[in-house]
Ligand binder design. Structure first.
Ligand code: HEM
Length: 286
């Protein structure tokens, strides 16, 4: 009989006493369920360099988190469109936490020094995160539309169809504004019915509509909460962009990117993208 003062058990005895299942010849194991053979078999360094494994896993894990982000984001957009804000808040909070997790993930990649990256650079050819289909779907779902970003996917009709769908659909912010309009706030028709492929144009009327919400949170509590969820999300996204450009600068300086852009100069321009402009502007005018 065990009590708190008895000697610790041997590890083998613990496993036996706990009756853990150890025979998986006839049932599904952990690795089977998670398809670990496929996932853990997908790291195939092209160079002889030790550090390429870090580079590959950093990108692959980011893509996995992006997959979850998109899954949550798409459902959140549908919920906002259907006036189901409770579910949307839960998912948007998760998207923001995933984004924060990806912000911290840069700490691992920052351990890669310039000579370490230079050793694998020739093997990367023209591949770049710029061509990430999932990332582009996220940008489009958040409203940063840009037809030029469809082109890297032209050779892959399956991916092109996904990116195109995100390009043509209303963004999270578009759906938020349509919701405000349904709640009787004065959002102009130009912002509730439009060609969703066009980039978002900031509007004084939209800011006024958000100001009505922010001036009376009690009356518009769920819309006010939606505004703050959007703020959280863009805040986390800005941090991700910033950590990316800073990590890139410490690793490659001002060299051109593998994707062909000026590198840091391109990524710095992306820091100026504002996804939900009126949500930020209203803070000055409140
Ligand atoms: C040492 C590591 C890295 C370097 C040197 C680097 C460099 C760059 C550069 C220079 C660009 C601009 C496009 C180009 O010309 O290539 C870019 C874009 C991009 N990178 Fe990275 N990157 C690194 C790691 C990562 C990681 C881990 C991710 C995560 C998935 C990532 C995702 C992206 C995305 C999504 C873009 C497109 C950004 C946009 O269009 O706004 N990068 N990267």
């Amino acid at each position: 009989m065990m009590n708190t003062h008895s000697k610790p058990q041997a590890p083998e005895d613990i496993v036996r006493d706990e009756k853990a299942q150890l025979d998986f010849s006839k049932s599904m194991s952990y690795g089977d369920y998670l398809q670990l053979d496929a996932i853990l078999g997908a790291q195939k360094p092209l160079s002889p360099d030790h550090n390429e494994m870090l580079f590959i896993i950093q990108h692959q894990t980011s893509e996995l988190w992006m997959k979850l982000m998109l899954h949550e984001l798409r459902a959140a957009i549908a919920n906002v469109a259907n006036d189901e804000l409770g579910g949307a808040f839960k998912m948007l909070a998760r998207v923001s936490r995933i984004m924060e997790q990806l912000v911290h993930a840069w700490d691992v990649l920052a351990t890669m020094t310039p000579p370490e990256y230079s050793a694998i650079r020739p093997y990367l050819a023209n591949s770049s995160g710029f061509q990430s289909a999932q990332y582009r779907c996220i940008e489009f779902a958040l409203g940063n539309k840009n037809a030029a970003m469809l082109k890297p996917h032209a050779h892959r009709p399956d991916l092109l169809a996904q990116v195109q769908a995100a390009y043509q659909a209303p963004s999270l912010y578009d759906e938020a504004l349509r919701l405000l309009a349904r709640r009787g706030l004065a959002v102009p028709a130009s912002h509730t019915q439009r060609d969703w492929t066009q980039s978002y144009v900031e509007s004084d009327e939209v800011e006024q509509a958000w100001l009505v919400v922010y001036r009376d949170p009690k009356k518009y509590w769920d819309l006010y909460q939606l505004g703050e969820e959007l703020t959280d999300l863009e805040d986390a996204f800005r941090l991700w962009r910033f950590r990316h450009v800073t990590t890139v600068e410490r690793v490659i300086g001002f060299k051109r990117g593998t994707g062909g852009t000026g590198g840091v100069s391109y990524l710095r321009k992306m820091l100026d993208v504002v996804l939900f402009p009126e949500i930020w502007k209203l803070r000055t005018d409140l």
